[in-house]
Design a binder for this molecule. Structure first.
Ligand code: ANZ
Ligand code: ZN
Length: 853
């Protein structure tokens, strides 16, 4: 009878042993020898106060990778820290009167203790919080370097302004257009703000995406769309006949569809276009139209909704590619002055606004893009413009080209004619980093009336946040502080003021990976970077990753990082969420799973016995109360069970549903594993063997399969293989070909393969086999290719051409023997019942065909 495994005792014991041995400290480059380096990083948490199951899954995944790399002899850096600035700490200060710093560090202590229980291979010696003076001081130094390099600048920009609280609001503080605290309608105000010049790297950030082979395709696409590069053409249409003063050069238009130039049927000017203004002086119709449109809203939405109307100027321009074609010039309400050049050519067949306009004023509609499979003779556009893909037609030299080819060709022709220029536009905008808040990194500059913006001298860094702040008044406590901002100008010594804006917390997380790599040693930073495997939530697929890719390039260009590619994360994995059923009590309110109990087949409230309604399975969230607390799970089942379960049931990129029964199942599995090892231990000394038995071969195959599954981020498949291995090992206890020696050999390999998932249990099992080292340090089992070969093969059996069953035979089996086994197969026999066998064809290694009538 084997003993019960006690996860609580064993887990605490092994965590202490690892810590005492300082097992997970990353080696400095000089100590690493010829081991390859692996930098494994999970997105660091915000210290909200407690870890949740999402953290458990994220960090368990990273830990599987880190442990797997260790087992392959890599020098692994697997650090942890805290993304610690931000609004919740200020809210705590306002609501509970706790200083944001005290609140944050208290939370960090609590969460560190929780994380610690998960048995992660973290190198805590590199821990930091972004609110540590050391960290944000370094960030200020970086800020000043980027400022000096012209990658940081100030400009006026629109902000959300709360007119009652007199403060700038973050987007998330604007709820339904109102300030979250005052409830007052938010206004747009122009304020001078700090910006990072991310657009400087727009092209590089876009081109770099194609090198990120180990990133999820969907994240790469999201990054590309966010950057949103589009090519366009700015060109002049020359007048045909009457030519207004000041416009001898023609009308300058902007288009993103130069491929449709042969579909042009009019030119449209914005009512605010200089030419429209000039014409309005002498043309009453235009003047009246201008007056009318000025009353229309100017928002994009208002323009989109309004009827497309205009007025003909009577002027005409000629088509650049065919001067025999002339086009009328209109003034139209849907052309904005603030975009492009404030003038367009209208192509009604392929633009809805142009089409609406053309139908109203009976202007020509000439399709020039032929949809795939459409007939050029009959294709026509009625009331819906064709915006899809296709080949160009009705377009002279562009005929037959794909849209993109035709765009380039048209641009090139216009450029050769010196009528215009291809342009590149980006959706990406510079990154506004100013926040009018206390709990963030102070922007290290000083404003002097005489000298302007002056950098804080390096010797005066860090600019430390004052501790004595009050949150009584709305707005930025730094601005209200009685003395903090008053300083002497470092240049002229006159009276000056500190900048009171702090940096967006996305800045803090855009370079932390470099800080983990080394605090002060640049060489060590370069050794570790880039991060080999980054693991985190897909919610960061755009901003955090783009900002990090930008900052890495900026740091490279100011000489802080030797990272030619500029890519900080060579591998990225985005994990799915942890979900749970939702429950509602009789009063219709959400109930947490811990308060629900199963009685018979029904779910009831544990304390009152009242019925519970089961709702949909959703992402664990406080609002729906469908959360299970990792601490409680660890208390009941142990960390190994929690790790195992969050990785077991679905592929890591998909959601996994947490269920009580699933957790219990994982808990039982732990005991089954332990029983096998405990029995081997009880058998006393077992020697080595070189016998090659089915179990030995199976073990070599399984170790290789698990190795591959981990490399490919198929953790659930690796776990399924572990399950199968445990079953096989259990069965081998009664098998005639196996001995305690072969079982021990298999168990030894199994223990190593279980380590990434259930490290504590694996250590316990390892010791049970008589080992005195750490399995956390053991190399991955070498699978001998010769031993991995299957000796048997599975053959399908067909009866009269239909598959009716399969048999497993020795690879070397003779056709006559295979025939006998096939005919005796019970599945096949049912189909042969009452029939005469005409012929049996055995194709060794492939198939057995039976012909019967
Ligand atoms: C000809 C054309 C043909 C266009 C076609 C579209 C489809 P995005 O992609 O959003 O940048 N446009 C240019 N300037 C404008 C302005 N000031 N006010 C209103 N519309 C303007 O939009 C670029 C397209 O929007 C341009 O390409 C232009 O219409 C229009 F089949 O030119 B297009
Ligand atoms: Zn000065």
């Amino acid at each position: 009878m084997s003993s019960r495994y006690d996860p609580q005792a064993a887990e605490a014991k092994w965590r202490k042993a690892w810590k005492d041995a300082d097992l997970f400290r990353a080696k400095r480059p000089a100590e690493a020898g010829d081991r390859p380096k692996s930098y494994v990083l999970e997105m660091f948490p915000y210290p909200s106060g407690r870890i949740h199951m999402g953290h458990v899954r994220n960090y368990a995944m990273g830990d599987v990778v880190a442990r797997h790399k260790r087992a392959h002899g890599h020098n692994v850096l697997h650090p942890m820290g805290w993304d610690a600035f931000g609004l919740p700490a200020e809210n705590a200060a306002i609501e509970r009167g706790i200083h944001p710093g005290d609140w944050t560090y208290k939370n960090i202590d609590a969460m560190r203790a929780q994380l610690d229980k998960l048995g992660l291979t973290l190198d805590w010696s590199r821990e930091f919080a972004t609110c540590d003076e050391d960290y944000y001081g370094e960030q200020q130094r970086i800020f000043l370097k980027l400022l000096e390099a012209g990658l940081v600048y100030r400009k006026a920009s629109k902000v959300n302004w709360d007119p009652v609280d007199n403060t700038v609001l973050a987007n998330e503080q604007v709820i339904d257009g109102k300030g979250w605290r005052s409830g007052a309608p938010v206004e747009q105000r122009e304020l001078t703000q700090w910006f990072f010049k991310i657009t400087h790297y727009a092209d590089e950030l876009l081109d770099g995406i194609s090198t990120l082979k180990d990133w999820p395709e969907k994240v790469r696409t999201m990054q590309a769309n966010w950057i949103g590069r589009s090519e366009g053409l700015q060109m002049r249409f020359l007048f045909d006949g009457g030519m207004p003063d000041d416009f001898q050069q023609g009308i300058e238009i902007f288009t993103t569809r130069p491929d449709t130039l042969f579909g042009a049927s009019f030119i449209a000017l914005s009512p605010d276009h200089p030419l429209a203004l000039q014409l309005a002086d002498s043309n009453e119709a235009i003047e009246a139209f201008r007056k009318k449109t000025a009353q229309m809203g100017t928002s994009e939405e208002a323009i989109e909704k309004a009827e497309k109307v205009g007025v003909d100027t009577g002027l005409r321009v000629s088509h650049p590619f065919d001067p025999s074609i002339t086009l009328p010039v209109w003034v139209a309400n849907f052309v904005l002055m603030g975009y492009g050049t404030g003038a367009i050519f209208g192509c009604p067949a392929h633009d809805q606004r142009d089409l609406d306009f053309a139908r109203k004023y009976e202007l020509p509609v000439r399709p020039v893009v032929l949809p795939p499979d459409a007939d050029p003779a009959s294709f026509d556009v009625a009331d819906e413009a064709y915006l899809g893909p296709g080949t160009i037609f009705n377009s002279d030299f562009l005929d037959g080209m794909e849209i993109d080819t035709a765009k380039s060709e048209a641009i090139q022709r216009i450029e050769t004619m010196e009528r215009g220029q291809g342009t590149v536009n980006y959706r990406l905008r510079d990154w506004g980093v100013s926040r009018q808040r206390y709990w963030g990194c102070p922007i290290p500059v000083i404003h002097c009336d005489a000298c302007g913006v002056v950098s804080v001298p390096e010797a005066d860094l860090p600019v430390v946040l004052p501790k004595d702040v009050s949150f009584d008044k709305p707005g930025n406590p730094l601005a209200h502080h009685p003395s903090w901002k008053h300083v002497d100008c470092p240049k002229c010594g006159g009276k000056a003021e500190r900048e009171t804006d702090t940096l967006d917390t996305f800045v803090d997380s855009s370079w932390y990976y470099a800080r983990f790599a080394s605090t002060e040693d640049k060489e060590e930073r370069d050794y570790w970077l880039p991060v080999d495997q980054y693991v985190g939530g897909v919610e960061h697929a755009v901003l955090h990753l783009l900002y990090s890719r930008f900052i890495a390039r900026a740091l490279r260009d100011v000489g802080e990082l030797d990272l030619p590619s500029g890519e900080p994360f060579s591998g990225l994995f985005t994990q799915g969420m942890v979900t749970h059923e939702t429950y509602k009590g009789p009063d219709g309110k959400w109930v947490e799973p811990a308060a629900v109990e199963k009685r018979g087949d029904a779910l009831v409230l544990a304390d009152t016995g009242q019925p519970v309604t089961v709702g949909p399975i959703e992402k664990m969230s406080k609002s729906k109360k469908n959360v299970v607390d990792p601490d409680e799970i660890i208390q009941t089942f142990g960390a190994d069970t929690a790790r195992w379960f969050v990785l077991s049931d679905s592929p890591p990129e998909r959601d996994v549903e947490w269920t009580q029964s699933g957790a219990e199942g994982a808990g039982r599995f732990v005991q089954r594993v332990w029983a096998i090892f405990d029995d081997l231990q009880a058998a006393g000394a077992i020697g080595e063997t070189t016998n090659v038995t089915p179990l030995v071969k199976y073990s070599h195959r399984s170790a290789a399969a698990i190795d591959k599954a981990i490399l490919e981020f198929r953790f659930n498949a690796a776990i399924a293989a572990c399950h199968d291995w445990v079953n096989t090992l259990k069965k081998a206890e009664g098998a005639s070909d196996e001995t305690p020696e072969t079982r021990k050999q298999s168990a030894r390999m199994l223990a190593v393969c279980l380590t990434p998932f259930m490290p504590h249990l694996a250590e316990e099992c390892w010791r049970a086999l008589g080992e005195d080292s750490f399995v956390s340090d053991a190399p991955w089992p070498k699978s001998d290719p010769a031993l991995m070969e299957e000796s048997t093969v599975t053959l399908p059996i067909q009866v009269n051409g239909k598959r009716r069953g399969e048999i497993e035979v020795e690879k070397a089996a003779l056709p006559a023997d295979i025939e006998k086994i096939a005919l005796a197969n019970p599945d096949v026999a049912t189909f042969l019942d009452g029939k005469v066998i005409k012929k049996v064809i055995v194709v060794p290694g492939r198939i057995v065909n039976i012909v019967a009538a």
